[in-house]
Write a protein that binds this ligand. Sequence first.
Ligand code: CP
Ligand code: NVA
Length: 310
Amino acid sequence: MKPGSSLMKHYLQFKDLRAEEYAYLFERTRTIKTRFKNYERYQPLVDRTLAMIFEKASTRTRVSFEAGMYQMGGSVLNLTTGDSQLGRAEPAEDTARVISRMVDIVMIRTYEQSRIERFAAHSRVPVINGLTNEYHPCQILADIYTYIEHRGSIQGKVVAWVGDGNNMANTWLQAAEILGFTVHVSTPSGYEVDPAVAGVRDSACYKVFNHPMQACEGAHLVTTDVWTSMGYEAENEERRKAFIDWCVDDEMMAVAQPDALFMHCLPAHRGEEVTAEVIDGAQSVVWDEAENRMHVQKALMEYLLLGRIG
Ligand code: CP
Ligand code: NVA
């Protein structure tokens, strides 16, 4: 796709793609992952460059995008706030105008969603959200692919969200609305999911429960996240008290479906949002989830740069 083409797509929120595009991406991910596992070279992105901009820390996002782009034959460059002019107040709009004349695709991890939207509005090339305060679409893409790999379609299933009404929770709600499943949400008081921020219109895609055990009842997937997300560290002490009963443990897993999976986007804090028994136990698929970040993002970059293959 030519830079600036009217067909160009950004991936800033989960709802930027439709259900049938997700069906395509999941199928494509399966092919790309199988080839990778068989050591088959697949390099459709030779001469393409990915710029990654990190305004917050990362392990998985950085490694999965970087390794994935190299595997597809492309190149990667990494910028952070501290080592670029972004840290010296160059506007996101100007940075976008400049970088997008030199590279083919951009991945950004930053604070406010409005910042990545301003960047994308001035970019000639596709921009991917690698996490903002509001959303983490690449993670949910990997999580749903992981669910499908283990259990088949997620349509009609129940996902229990235990913990903070944060970027991950918002994105799960968006995904539920698009892909036709339900999220059972339980957060401490004061940390609820805001459907307006989550950007969902259909209230049937989620149900709110006061107690985390109620949210887990009958769930096909139980998932959680850190009590304090990046950027909210000043609230750490207050959050540790508020979230004390929102720790996914064996009792919560026991009321879910017998074959329920456990997921966590990582990094995890054993003994806070999840017990070691659960995250290191038989129902946990957290390592597959982390690995699948790379495979789904390869399919996503291929789609944004080359469109549908075949
Ligand atoms: N899950 C995730 O996005 O991990 P990183 O913060 O390590 O990138
Ligand atoms: N909610 C977490 C996810 C980290 C991958 C955060 O934003 O820090």
